[in-house]
Design a protein around this ligand. Structure first.
Ligand code: ARG
Length: 588
């Protein structure tokens, strides 16, 4: 249940009865930062007081007079200038926790109106290895897809590969001029990556080019791309030869990350449509000739968006316009989300304006932008001149290696000798913990900010990390193994929930907030609000666990209730992590 939504309708009713202007009560209800101020606070009295020309305190008193939910809330307290402190009754909270435990969806309701979303994410330029820069879009997009689906929305994921661009010109040139035939036979991906890097090394720097230095290699690469676009047989054949190799490589990364797409319609897919798109845009008067090119001027003074260059080539913009038209016709989505680096903001703002003028307003188009991943030097980690070293695959290898190290160290600390079985487990743990750490470290950042990539921090066993959550989960499961109890027994509404201690109540309140947290995370598409919620749950659980004996509870009723709270915590952690694309282990 989403408590602020639930309570806001009652608050609005009270406001009307008290004779105040109607307000959006929901926007004025916040979870309290300190339990001194109740569980939630309503902050709307101040705004209403101005309008009604009375003191905020008077407003608050009036609201309280008309607002009563005897079974749900303790008597409402007025604090400070006129805040309303709302405290949930333990009995009501206990009932809600019981209902949540009995619900496979953990109390999360499906929305009245289910929507269709297309999510364009990951979308790397193929023909060069995926690097850490591709991590954010892939992980964020996957998490948003999972979360929207969990709510019951229809989600179509589409990996808009850059499979038709200049990078192919580079490997075509390399293939024709510097191929190591044998290497290509044995390890085609590696050889293509090598060619890419070698050719890029021959390019002049932007500074040199600005000074007028000629760049024969770059020009040759451009010619190869242009020939491919014009349908040159040799180049197209090579493209068809390279593509499966390139795709095989990136698929391996997706497999390791546990990310899948409904569609992978790359840029090449839209080539047959581009002529028609450009004709359409010209005919409708949106595009016009400018210095031999075809351009769209959104405002007279802004840089125009080119849809056909003077040499006849179509652009990134043209393809993206064709893509929107295709998606709208094909899937009739309510929204298309583009999970792409903030450096492409200008492109998307132009794209959305043009698309809206061209096709109308039926589909919401949103750029879910994000900041860069920085190295220790605080500069974006990227493939400088196609540097293959920071490849995503190697990065994941390193994460898995470190995770195994952390796990083994923890094992020895506990003074146990490692059995053969546990060594076999090591690989499994390495994957789940290593990949989980990388994902969580990314998702827990505010997506619009840059963040510094830091191995030590992300692998830490204490703090807001996947490793911590995974350990909390596994330790929680061990309680049930130790007590020889079946967790399923705690997934029905028959066990009375008792919230007599501060710690039990605090944990129950966090668990109760699950739907609210997920809903908030979707308002601005910020999975970091899921991680911070899970962190709150884990902290409340840890305090509960230190203070409230579970298997050795003072009596059977309390023991059962505490086991139910434990099991529900495990389910919330597991489900929450799953929405982030992170797995758990029953045993670690
Ligand atoms: N391939 C592009 C790049 O690597 C990202 C594509 C994003 N999606 C889109 N529809 N433009 O920069």
């Amino acid at each position: 249940m989403n408590f602020p939504v639930f309570i806001s309708t009652y608050l609005e009713e009270a406001l009307t009865k008290a004779g105040f202007a109607s307000v959006d009560a929901l926007s004025q209800i916040k979870a309290s930062s300190d339990s001194k101020f109740g569980d939630y606070q309503f902050n709307g009295s101040m705004g209403l007081a101005k309008e009604a020309k009375v003191s905020p305190r008077k407003v608050a008193e009036k609201i309280v007079e008309f607002f009563a939910l005897p079974d749900v809330l303790e008597p409402v307290e007025i604090a400070g200038p006129g805040f309303l402190n709302l405290r949930i009754k333990p009995q009501w909270l206990a009932e809600k926790i019981q209902e949540m435990a009995a619900d496979p969806r953990l109390g999360v309701l499906k929305p009245d109106k289910v929507k269709t979303f297309v999510i364009d994410f990951s979308s790397p330029n193929v023909a060069k290895p995926m690097h850490v820069g591709h991590l954010r879009s892939t992980i964020l997009g996957d998490s948003l897809a999972r979360t929207l689906r969990f709510f019951g929305h229809t989600v179509i994921t589409d990996n808009h590969l850059g499979d038709w661009g200049t990078q192919f010109g580079i490997i075509l040139h390399g293939y024709k001029n510097m191929l190591d035939e044998k290497a290509f036979q044995n390890e085609p991906v590696k050889e293509l990556a090598r060619l890419y890097v070698e050719v890029r090394k021959l390019f002049k720097t932007p500074e040199e080019i600005a000074k007028g230095v000629i760049d024969p290699v770059q020009n040759a690469c451009r010619d190869e791309t242009a020939k491919m676009h014009k349908g040159d047989q040799t180049n197209l054949e090579l493209w068809r030869k390279f593509m499966p190799v390139c795709l095989g490589e990136i698929d391996l990364v997706y497999q390791r990350l546990g990310v899948r797409f409904d569609h992978t319609y790359g840029e090449s897919f839209y080539q047959p449509f581009l002529n028609k798109v450009v004709q359409d845009l010209s005919a409708s008067g949106l595009a016009r000739e400018s210095e031999g090119a075809l351009a769209i001027f959104l405002t007279e003074d802004a840089t125009p968006a080119l849809i056909r260059k003077s040499d006849g080539a179509f652009t990134y913009m043209t393809t993206d316009l064709a893509t929107i038209q295709y998606r709208v016709e094909q899937w009739k989505p309510d929204a298309i989300l583009y999970v792409v680096d903030s450096r492409q903001s200008l492109h998307f703002s132009q794209l959305f304006q043009i698309a809206q003028q061209w096709l109308g307003q039926q589909t919401r188009l949103e750029h879910i932008s994000f900041g860069s991943v920085l190295g220790a030097d605080r500069k974006p980690i990227k493939t400088r001149s196609g540097d293959a070293v920071a490849s995503l695959d190697q990065l994941l290898d390193e994460a898995v290696r470190l995770a195994k190290e952390v796990y083994q160290a923890a094992y020895h600390q506990e003074g146990e000798t490692q059995s053969k079985e546990s060594l076999e487990d090591l690989n499994r743990v390495g994957d789940v913990v290593g990949i989980g750490a990388v994902k969580y470290a990314d998702l827990c950042q505010n997506r619009t900010s840059d963040y510094v990539f830091n191995w030590e921090k992300m692998m830490a066993m204490e703090g807001n990390t996947a490793t911590y959550m995974q350990y909390a989960y596994a330790r929680n499961r061990s309680i049930f193994r130790k007590g020889e109890l079946n967790p399923d027994n705690y997934r029905n509404a028959l066990i009375p929930v008792l919230l007599d201690t501060v710690e039990e109540r605090a944990l129950a309140l966090q668990l109760f907030r699950f739907e609210e947290a997920l809903t908030l995370a979707l308002v601005d598409y910020k999975p970091s609000l899921i991680t911070s919620y899970l962190w709150d749950v884990a902290k409340a659980y840890s305090v509960f666990f230190q203070n409230c004996p579970v298997l050795k509870a003072p009596n059977e009723g309390i023991r059962q209730s505490r086991l139910l709270l434990c099991d529900l915590t495990a389910r919330v952690l597991k489900q929450g992590l799953e929405l982030l694309g992170i797995s758990v282990l029953e045993k670690m």
